[in-house]
Each structure stands twice: as structure tokens, then as C-alpha cells.
Design a protein around this ligand. Structure first.
Ligand code: AHM
Ligand code: MG
Length: 339
């Protein structure tokens, strides 16, 4: 893509310019990304008011304008649905907050090609204490006929089939980071103009970093090889950073380098994080930035065949050298312990 002019490039302008570089593009994906950008701005406004909940009303109460106050994750879920449904570019959605897929009613004259999966508010346990949260999304081209409703098969695709994925981090500033498989770009929300502006072009993850990121509180609940690997991280004088919001932990890892792990525990024998809503989209971003993302069985996350919507996966993602070292460590450890 050509270099940006020496001026502000908004998310809308950037995705329109990217679309023009693909002569076969119909604008539908562009439309979807824009819809997600709009939903993110609405959610951002609400997240910023989260601390006022006792003044504005708690979940279920009526606020001063007479609206029923919703939990923020449900609010985010509803806004994403509304924004994606209105344009008619999306055949249906699946959300971490909903049991089943939601096929959208057809819009006259539209035959949408894509379905979207999302975690509307990742890290929601952090909201009440003013710690950053995020939204994660993943877009697939549907497999079913475009003239009819979408079906489950459209959503149960391997991560390698994603046409786009990204996240929004509602942090000290709000940033939207996405990929369509041609690198990763980040857009910071300028609240004074209400636009996401290109701030981080062609993000590349450092080969290594100085942090490891894992819920060390579960140390005794991890498998032995994972405990030994974590010991090695500590022996190497890596610092421990763990926010407890995957979006934030991966975002830091993307920019500073490092390794993020959510292994299996006794409570979550297959890991806690969701393959379709969290692991796949974040892995697409990490890989597009030059990193690696695997599960603790050393399979590439994006090659896992999903069997159900809310399937969980273990994950190890981050700087290529550090994930590479984890792979070597686990292989060596298994070879020695099987003797
Ligand atoms: P959520 O989507 O319900 O918020 O849960 C997912 C979150 C991730 O953001 C984070 O990495 C993980 O749960 C933290 O879990 P834990 O508190 O077990 O470390
Ligand atoms: Mg989540």
C-alpha cells in the first residue's frame, strides 16, 4: 500500500483506500469493518461512563433518560448486532454472549457474503475496577448459499479461513487494530473529532521481549511441563505482566514483545479462552505481525478444526523467538519425561 500522506488518515479512508487496491473487492468487507468501527465508538462512549454506574443506574434500573440500564457486555453485544444488521453486509453473527448463531433477516437487494464472530466485551470482570477491556472480532466468508440464511457451518471454520480480524482496546486511549491478511494496522480514536486515526502502521512484533504473561496464581494447577517453562521464564529474569484482559495482554505483547500463555488448568482442562471469539482472531493478528500462536499441544491455533461455537482452547502467543523456545522446551521435556 502507498505511504500515507503527511496528514491524518481516518479508519474509513484507510479501508476505502485498501479496497481500491483490490479490483475484485465489492466493498462489503469495507462496509463491515466500518460498521464495527461505528459500534466500537458507541461502546467506547459507554465504557468511559462505566464508573458513573452508581449515579446513572445499575443493571436493570432506569437511568435519568428513562432508558433501562444494561450490563456493559450485553450493551456492547446489542450495539454490535445493531450496527452489523443495519447495513445488510453481514449474513449473521455469533457472539460469546449468545448460545447460538443469529442469522440476520435479509435486506432487500443484499446477498451478504460474510459472517462475523465477536467477543463484545473481553475482560468484562475488569470494568468495575476501571481496568482496560476490549472487543474482539473475526470475519469469515460464508460457505452457505448467499441467497439464503447463514448456518452453523459458516461459523465453524478454521482460523486460517478468516478474511479479517481485529480488536478494540478501551484503554488509556482507545485503539482499533485489525488485519485483512496483509499486515496489521492500528487506529487510535481521537475523541475531539470522534474518528479512529491511523496511528500504528504495519505493526511488527519484536522477536523477543522482556515479559511473560500468565495467571501465575494458577501455577499449581498447570501441568508440570508448563510449570517448568514458567520457572524458566522467571529464571531468565523476564518480568511478569498480567492484566487479565486478553486484548490488553496481547496488545502489550504485540508492541513490547513477550509471551502470553493461558494453559489448561484443573478447572479448565481445555483452557479457558474461546477458540472462535478470542484465540483465532488474536492469533491472526499476532501471526500477521510476525509472531506465533499455538496451543499447549503445540498445534497452530488457526489450524484447529472447530467442532462447536463455544469451544475453548489453550493458547501460547507472542514473539516468534520466545514461542519457538517454548516449543523446544516442551519437546525436550516430553522426550526426557517419556524415557
Ligand atoms: P471474558 O471474555 O469473559 O471477559 O473472559 C476472558 C478473559 C480474558 O480476557 C483473559 O485473558 C482471561 O479471561 C482472564 O482469565 P483469568 O482471570 O482466569 O486469568
Ligand atoms: Mg473474552
Amino acid at each position: 500500500m502507498e505511504r500515507p500522506l503527511n496528514r491524518i488518515v481516518t479508519l474509513d479512508e484507510f479501508i476505502m483506500r485498501s479496497q481500491k487496491e483490490h479490483s475484485a473487492a465489492t466493498g462489503e468487507l469495507t462496509g463491515l469493518l466500518r460498521d464495527i468501527g461505528v459500534a466500537a465508538k458507541i461502546v467506547n462512549r459507554e465504557v468511559n461512563k462505566a464508573g458513573l454506574v452508581n449515579i446513572l443506574g445499575v443493571d436493570g434500573a432506569q437511568n435519568l433518560s428513562g432508558d433501562i440500564v444494561q450490563k456493559l457486555d450485553i450493551y456492547a453485544n446489542d450495539k454490535l448486532i445493531e450496527c452489523l444488521q443495519n447495513s445488510g453486509e453481514c449474513a449473521g453473527i455469533a457472539s460469546e454472549e449468545m448460545q447460538d448463531i443469529l442469522p440476520f433477516k435479509p435486506v432487500v437487494g443484499k446477498h451478504p457474503k460474510y459472517v462475523v464472530l465477536f467477543d463484545p466485551l473481553d475482560g468484562s470482570s475488569n470494568i468495575d475496577v476501571n481496568v482496560s477491556v476490549g472487543t474482539i472480532f473475526s470475519i469469515f466468508r460464508r460457505k452457505s448459499d448467499e441467497t439464503g440464511p447463514c448456518n452453523l457451518e459458516d461459523f465453524l471454520q478454521k482460523g486460517t479461513e478468516q478474511v479479517a480480524a481485529g480488536y478494540v482496546l478501551y484503554g488509556t486511549s482507545t485503539i482499533l487494530v485489525y488485519t485483512t491478511g496483509e499486515g496489521v494496522n492500528g487506529f487510535t480514536l481521537d475523541p475531539s473529532i470522534g474518528e479512529f486515526c491511523l496511528s500504528h502502521r504495519d505493526i511488527k512484533i519484536p522477536d523477543r521481549g522482556i515479559y511473560y504473561s500468565v495467571n501465575q496464581g494458577y501455577y499449581l494447577k498447570f501441568d508440570l511441563e508448563m510449570r517448568r517453562f514458567i520457572d524458566q521464564c522467571s529464571d531468565m529474569n523476564l518480568g511478569l505482566r498480567y492484566i487479565g484482559t486478553m486484548v490488553s495482554d496481547i496488545h502489550r505483547t504485540l508492541f513490547s514483545g513477550g509471551i502470553f500463555l493461558y494453559p489448561n488448568t484443573r478447572k479448565y482442562p481445555n483452557g479457558k479462552l474461546r477458540l472462535l471469539y478470542e484465540c483465532n482472531p488474536m492469533s491472526f493478528i499476532v501471526e500477521q505481525a510476525g509472531g506465533k500462536a499455538i496451543n499447549t499441544g503445540l498445534d497452530r491455533i488457526m489450524e484447529i478444526n472447530p467442532e462447536e461455537l463455544h469451544q475453548r482452547a489453550t493458547i501460547v502467543a507472542g514473539s516468534p523467538d520466545m514461542v519457538g523456545e517454548m516449543i523446544d522446551f516442551v519437546r525436550k521435556y516430553s522426550a526426557v519425561s517419556s524415557v
